[in-house]
Design a protein around this ligand. Structure first.
Ligand SMILES: O=C[C@H](O)COP(=O)(O)O
Length: 255
């Protein structure tokens, strides 16, 4: 079964009204791609979700960068699934390594929020990945599988239809140090194997696995050729016009 390539742009804590105008309204809305071959999602900061949803053409999905595990209440600063639904935001990223590192999000909390988001009609880009010292200690798959298990433990088999896994080696994020296509493929293949063994063959075959970590217009073509790389989660380059070139590289894979 062919998996549709999916390119996400995670703006992190970057952006402005001016960027929405230049990048979304002018550059992305002005570009064209075949939606039967590629899915595109942009993830601005929460305060800009409404403006981006209104500015972006309908074939661009919009994603939050995080949600909380309750619908409403005394949770100062948090983001409810209900807010996203009201704005027409269909996706959320969860478990990004920056959330895990700086905001101490534990594996189980990421799993709980993934299940909660999906139960409330959202689709989730769930991030996993090892730090440099873990890779150097040969712990790459052990770390990824531990993070993946916490997500799998929280989900029903049907809920996997709403999940995209983003494999993001922490040492490659924002460093310019991209994983080689072979390094990325090796981990993606292992993740798919884990899903086959621990969830089901069908889920393993259907689940899209994005690579994230210093993806840019130069390295995306070779990465996209790898059989288990089904998309990218792009940080820095998603704030620039080169994001369109990354979309085009993904589209070419399905051509
Ligand atoms: O979510 C995106 C990733 O953290 C990658 O960021 P980057 O492309 O700036 O390395």
């Amino acid at each position: 079964m062919a998996r549709k390539f999916i390119v996400g742009g995670n703006w992190k804590m970057n952006g402005s009204k001016a960027l929405i105008k230049s990048l979304v309204q002018e550059t992305l809305n002005g570009a064209s791609w075949d939606t039967s071959k590629i899915e595109v999602v942009v993830s601005p900061p929460a305060v800009y979700l409404d403006a981006v949803r209104q500015a972006a053409k309908p074939e661009i999905g919009v994603s939050a960068q995080n949600i909380y595990s309750e619908r409403s209440g005394a949770y100062t600063g948090e983001i409810s699934v209900d807010f996203l639904k009201e704005l027409g935001v269909e996706w959320t990223i969860l478990g990004h390594s920056e959330r895990r590192e700086y905001f101490k999000e534990a594996d189980e909390f990421v799993g709980k929020k993934t299940a909660f988001a999906i139960s409330n009609g959202l689709k989730v880009i769930a991030c996993i990945g090892e730090k440099l010292h873990e890779r150097e200690a040969d712990q790459t798959t052990a770390v990824c599988f531990r993070q993946l298990k916490a997500i799998a433990d929280a989900l029903t088999p049907q809920q996997w239809a709403s999940v995209v896994i983003a494999y993001e080696p922490v040492w490659a994020i924002g460093t310019g140090k991209v994983a080689t296509p072979e390094q990325a493929q090796e981990v993606h293949h292992a993740i798919r194997g884990w899903l086959a063994e621990n969830v089901s063959a069908e889920v393993a075959e259907a689940t899209r696995i994005q690579y994230g970590g210093s993806v840019n217009e130069k390295n995306c073509v070779e990465l996209a050729k790898k059989p288990d790389i089904d998309g990218f989660l792009v940080g820095g380059a998603s704030l620039k016009p080169e994001f369109v070139k990354i979309i085009v590289a993904g589209e070419a894979k399905s051509a």
